[in-house]
Design a protein around this ligand. Structure first.
Ligand SMILES: [Zn+2]
Length: 526
């Protein structure tokens, strides 16, 4: 049954691909990016007027694409947030113990990332390796009494011999907070490894006063929140290690050569005072529905998602302070819209329902998708999430990197869809960057729903690798992710076409997608 289905699919898809005008399709895709990443939308921050304009645009495009309203009242699902803004002038970190007290230079030396007011923390510092607790791999940095009442200092990343997905899961904010809390830790300081730092320190520092947000619905009250959290500049980390007999160089060399990291108490203590103001903010997810045609399978929903929010407006750099977020993630929203239009134009009927989802609050911690996954307005059961977040169409599409490729049968589906278009599928090449848990697909994965996410692929040492890496260095979460950057529009349209094939395949298959028997994430499926 499956084989003959595959053959029909192949013929239909190959026919559709051969007749597509890629330039026109690319321009149509780019027009959405141009609207959403215009300076007028001011970076589409959660709760801003620019975000509302973007949301209205998506509603109208969903209507044109023939999608039904997919939320309870129309196309919008409202989501409530608590916004926390750091008052840096009233906040202070001081290294005490072992000599003269040293005031930490906020921005240069460290960034406070707490969302809560912190008064009177004065605690010993303990270096705890990667700060991870991974029971499945029999690995723990958090054993022993030394961490009780202490601030744990750790290097971001994880041991090379532990599977990426496992490490990624346990590095997520909520898992880490729970493990730290269980170890009695009262605060954490993470030191990024310069080798896997996506955003250079200067830019992290420039963005440090952007507000943080959390979901205000009580269903999301954190199980275990760590009161004090900070990130330390790796170039200034020896301020922490002074007098301990260890250095950041020693720790980075151990990490980079795959050696175990040391665990030790630092000679300094940290005094922290953090002032945060909180306010309520409303935003919304946009949901469009293409109901399934099969009387029973229409009660299963395939989600096609991307995030509509971005970082808003920050400090001006060379006269520009607007984070346009053209690739991050106007590009993904443009693809969600184009995929819906293509299905309408082809009068495609799918047995399962397909839900088109533009979420808010991704940049604040996958919040809009988390809300939707907790309170879905889709018909019946969610069976898959296909997420697009800056898939980076910066050069021709020959390779497609797929996160989650080997975790579920969705990996087999994307292999078929890509092969039909002569595109070679690659697994995640940069596992330490934790991309599988860093976008909205993870909100679904955590609830047992198989998912995929994508990046344009490349071969190591190729010019495409350089373009890709330069993009992260120069444009990721920077004002340069705007409409003036070079983008391969034709390749973006070809990507959309592969996604259309993939979605048809998933939405029509006799069986719903399944986790692979050896997938770590299978445990989340009920
Ligand atoms: Zn982003």
């Amino acid at each position: 049954m499956r084989a003959s289905f595959g053959l029909t699919f192949f013929l239909v898809a190959a026919g559709a691909l051969a007749s597509t005008n890629w330039d026109a399709a690319g321009n149509s895709w780019w027009a959405h990016v141009q609207f959403l990443a215009d300076d007028k939308l001011e970076g589409r921050n959660v709760g801003s007027a620019g975000y509302e304009t973007a949301a209205d645009y998506v509603v109208s495009e969903f209507q044109h694409a023939g999608l039904e309203a997919g939320a309870k009242d129309g196309y919008s699902q409202s989501v409530g947030f608590t916004k926390a803004t750091l008052d840096e002038a009233k906040s202070k970190l001081t290294l005490t113990g072992g000599g003269m007290p040293l005031e930490v230079k906020l921005g240069d030396d460290a960034l406070i990332t707490s969302s809560m007011n912190v008064a009177g923390v004065d605690a010993p510092l303990v270096f705890a390796g990667y700060g991870l607790d991974i029971p499945e791999a029999n690995y723990s940095d958090l054993k022993g009494e030394g961490l009780k009442g202490a601030i744990a200092v750790y290097l971001a990343g994880g041991p090379v011999n532990i599977a990426t997905e496992l490490k990624s899961h346990h590095s997520s904010g909520s898992e880490r907070a729970a493990a730290m809390k269980a170890a009695g830790v009262i605060g954490t300081i993470s030191i990024p490894n310069p080798r896997s730092m996506d955003i250079p320190w200067a830019r992290q520092s420039a963005n440090r006063l952007l507000p943080r947000m959390s979901l205000s619905d009580p269903a999301f009250a954190p199980q275990a929140a760590i009161e004090f959290t900070a990130t330390w500049n790796p170039e200034k980390a020896d301020l922490l290690f002074e007098g301990s007999g260890h250095s950041i160089q020693e720790i980075l060399s151990a990490a980079d050569s795959g050696q175990p990291l040391p665990h030790f108490r630092l000679s300094r203590l940290l005094e922290a005072r953090v002032a945060v103001t909180q306010e309520k903010v409303e935003s919304r997810n946009i949901v469009g529905l293409r109901p399934g045609s099969d009387p029973s399978l229409k009660n299963q929903s395939v989600i096609i998602s991307a995030h509509l929010d971005h970082l808003g407006v920050g400090e001006k750099i060379n006269g520009d302070g607007i984070f346009n977020g053209a690739m991050d993630d106007a590009s993904g929203i443009a693809s969600v819209i184009e995929i819906a239009r293509t299905l309408k134009a082809g009068k495609v009927k799918t047995k399962r329902s397909v839900v088109f989802l533009a979420v808010t609050g991704e940049e604040k911690g996958l919040l809009g998708s988390n809300y939707f996954a907790q309170f879905p307005t889709a018909p019946g059961r969610l069976v898959a999430d296909i997420n697009m977040d800056m898939f980076l169409p910066l050069f021709p599409l020959r390779y497609l990197e797929v996160q989650g490729l080997n975790e579920s049968t969705l990996g087999d589906d994307i292999r078929v869809a890509a092969k039909t278009a002569n595109v070679i599928v690659q697994a995640d090449k940069d596992p330490n960057a934790n991309r599988f848990i860093r976008s909205d697909q993870y909100s679904f994965i955590r609830r047992g729903v198989p998912a995929l996410a994508f990046k344009f692929g490349w071969l190591p040492g190729s010019p495409e690798e350089k373009i890709y890496r330069d993009w992260y260095r120069d444009r990721y979460h920077a004002v340069g992710d705007d409409l003036s950057q070079p983008v391969d529009l034709k390749a973006a349209a070809q990507f959309d076409a592969i996604l259309v094939s993939l979605i048809e395949r998933i939405a029509n298959a006799p069986q719903a997608p399944q986790w692979k028997p050896d997938s770590f994430f299978r445990q989340f499926a009920k």
